[in-house]
Write a protein that binds this ligand. Structure first.
Ligand code: SF4
Length: 503
């Protein structure tokens, strides 16, 4: 799976997502639960906005000096006996790791969850090596792998769309004969993974942050699987996006704090590990240590208006507040990076032609920008994409263009605008079913499941799922009020109460 998760057209994906009631309920529940946890953990830290300012500065500073920090990091890894490979794209990255696995005669490869390895399609590449077993050791990724590499729904909670019965079914294929209790299912997987870990000879992890001044890798997990992946196999490959670098441990400490609080509402993740090549005399860790630093289109954003998206620390908080993500879940976006992050990043990494609809999957409400721990101006970047699509790429958004042109003509003419205002109240009767003394109880969920034939097909998609609030009558609107109220030159004198003293 590369960055694109689906060949289906955008509209079909949205229709599929909209009909998946379980997924939508699960996403809504997760968003609400995360809101409470995230708010509490940010409050507990105190001065959240000052921390955000600092985190933003750190990320901007790193991007400004990115080549220098990458060089410093690579030098430090090599000084400790490790190796660094710079991959310019997906093919270079997965081919290099595949050749390394073949050269090392790897038989059992264990991986821990990593977005960038999904981005470069690593799992399928490694599976194509004859005689190689590959196992994802993160519980959610393991479930997706067993379900024939099902698409993830979220960057932090990839299996939000699956219930306990579906998971039980997948595990039964591996010999599980227990019930659908999540604890029993998790215990079964623990045993299954442990057996594989003990014989793993090649380990692959991602990287939350790479420390430039000591060449170490920082990993934040809650399951501990990344730590075992680093400890047992003799050959270790860390795959990282080229922007995931910090100058020193001090900056990693700040960003770990922001990441854990924003991603899962914890002070820190259960395991916060700093690691690298095994040193002389140490028992655990890899003898052979490689870091693959992946560009894969990131450098296209450097020095452009889209550079701030490279500040991202992959916490997923923006999807946890997004009203569009709440309705369509991760699969609706067709990218491994869904939500506001994906709306900005996917067209950069995967191209406008493939992801041209994503910048329009946004109401520009700015909830994402407000929650982002590193202050990425997400809704501005989404709007920038729309401008590029319209003005530079001339992509086909003909219907949007037509509607905007009509709105432009209408709002430019006082006559047309005034007439539209007069028609607004009677006209929206077609789309509105609620209001005081409504007949809501007569319909399922309070919504009438019928759209008059007179309504153009074009707007069914909108009014099928929501009510349009009815504007006030023309005689009660602001324009009418303003026309009949003359400016008052001076405020009327206030009548003094009896016995009241002069000011
Ligand atoms: S854009 Fe901001 S909120 Fe969204 S995943 Fe990245 S850091 Fe988190």
């Amino acid at each position: 799976m590369s960055i694109s998760t689906s060949d289906k057209p955008y509209k079909e994906r949205i229709i599929d997502a909209e009909s998946d009631k379980f997924m939508r309920a699960a996403v809504a529940k997760a968003q609400d639960a995360q809101f409470i946890k995230r708010t509490a953990s940010r409050r507990e830290l105190g001065n959240w906005n000052e921390w955000r300012d600092l985190a933003e500065q750190i990320r901007q500073h790193v991007l400004k000096y990115l080549p220098d920090y990458l060089e410093e990091f690579a030098d430090n890894v090599e000084q400790q006996g490790g190796h660094v490979f710079f991959a310019k794209d997906e093919n270079e990255a997965h081919n290099f790791i595949k050749e390394l696995a073949i050269a090392k005669k790897a038989k059992n490869i264990v991986k821990s969850k990593s977005m960038v390895t999904t981005e470069i399609n690593l799992d399928k590449t490694l599976k194509s090596i004859p005689g190689v077993n590959l196992l994802e050791s993160d519980l959610a990724e393991f479930i997706l792998q067993e379900d024939n590499w099902d698409e993830p729904t979220h960057i932090v909670f990839p299996t939000l769309h699956k219930n306990r019965d579906q998971i039980q079914e997948e595990f039964q294929k591996l010999g599980y004969d227990g019930d659908n209790d999540p604890q029993h299912e998790a215990r079964f997987v623990r045993g299954y993974l442990r057996r594989f870990f003990m014989k793993a000879d090649f380990g692959i992890t991602g990287c939350n942050f790479a420390i430039a001044n000591n060449g170490m890798i920082n990993l934040d997990t809650n399951e501990g699987n990344a730590d075992i992946t680093m400890a047992i196999p003799k050959t270790q490959v860390v795959v990282m996006g080229m922007e995931r670098i910090v100058p020193s441990m001090k900056e990693a400490e700040v960003l770990d704090n922001m990441l854990a609080r924003s991603a899962v509402g914890q002070k820190l993740t259960t395991y916060c590990t700093f690691t690298g090549k095994k040193k002389d005399g140490e028992l655990d860790g890899p003898d052979d240590f490689w870091v693959v630093i992946v560009d894969d289109g990131r450098s296209k954003a450097l020095g452009t208006e889209f550079e701030p998206i490279l500040q991202c620390i992959r916490c997923g908080a923006c999807m946890n507040v997004c009203p569009v993500y709440r309705q369509v879940g991760g699969k609706g976006y067709g990218s491994i990076y869904p939500g506001p992050l994906g709306e900005v990043l996917s067209p950069i990494l995967g191209g406008y032609e493939h992801f041209k609809d994503l910048p329009y999957a946004c109401s520009l409400c700015a909830a994402c920008t407000e929650t982002c721990p590193v202050k990425i101006p997400l809704q501005h970047l989404i709007r920038e994409h729309r401008i590029v699509e319209m003005d530079d790429k001339h992509l086909d958004h003909s219907m949007t263009n037509l509607i905007l042109k009509m709105v432009g003509v209408g709002t430019d003419s006082p006559f047309l605008f005034g007439s539209a205002m007069k028609m607004a109240h009677p006209g929206t009767k077609l789309f509105n079913e609620g209001g005081p003394n409504s007949v809501e109880p007569m319909y399922d969920g309070g919504k009438i499941d019928y759209v008059p034939k007179a309504v153009p097909k074009l707007i069914h998609g909108w009014i099928d799922t929501r009510d349009v609030p009815r504007p006030v009558k023309a005689k009660e609107n602001f324009r009418h009020w303003y026309k009949h109220h003359q400016p008052v030159d001076a405020a009327p004198a206030v009548k003094k109460e009896e016995g009241q003293a002069d000011e």
